[in-house]
Ligand binder design. Sequence first.
Ligand code: ATP
Length: 258
Amino acid sequence: MGASLKITGLSVIYGAAIEALENVSLTVPEGGFVALLGANGAGKSTLLKAVSGLLRFENGRARAGKIEYNGKPIGGLPSYQLARLGILHVREGRFVFPNMTVEENLEAAAFAQAGRGPKLPGHVYDEIFGYFPSLERRRGSLAGYLSGGEQQMLAIGRALFAQPELLMVDEASLGLAPKIAAEIFEILARINRERGLSILVVEQNVSLALRHAAYGYVLESGKLVQEGNAESLMDREKLSKRYLGGSVGEAAPSPAAH
Ligand SMILES: Nc1ncnc2c1ncn2[C@@H]1O[C@H](COP(=O)(O)OP(=O)(O)OP(=O)(O)O)[C@@H](O)[C@H]1O
């Protein structure tokens, strides 16, 4: 089941003066798959943090604008309440517990997010491992020893335990080999299709994101500069050069790719 997100005229500042977003409006329809694109520092992560209630931990705040979830205002709610409403944010950097096994990471997430556990019924694992078979093979391994791609899958798998209705994923492809990044996006698309879950991804790899998302928004220096359906954005060759500083078809190269 998916939820709708509507952001209207959102402006965010950090501290007293750093303007990270200015008058940004964005919609994720129920069951939609939307990509938020833009170069480094454009404000993409800030937007996700504004939705999931994480801004306050970084001395950030919404100066203006409205955030509505399923038609109701949610601005100012704490992150744990937003998670209970079904808004899950997979942050950039993955944040798995390195000294716990895959299974323990999933149990911890279920316990913290949904108040379940510590032992979970088998079908819950089957559902998650159905999307991520490589995690099942490594369920007894310490998360710290997983590859970057497997850690990203674990981070997404943990979010799924909370039965989200809106899943926001920040830079899922960062530092990953193209084949693994593509696999992760295919899994996200499958989750979107099969569960009707609404998905908002932040991505620098434009072609990868627009291959799966139906609609995209482009931020530049905190302002929305382009939006449109995936096809029309892919057609705008200029988009990459002007706003993203690279080729539409390429992700930023990463020395850590594995
Ligand atoms: N905690 C913070 N305190 C002060 N300024 C911040 C903070 N987080 C982000 N910023 C500033 O806000 C702007 C937007 O940053 P943000 O991280 O949202 O961009 P981004 O598009 O997600 O970039 P990246 O792809 O590099 O993560 C930048 O100018 C950044 O320096």
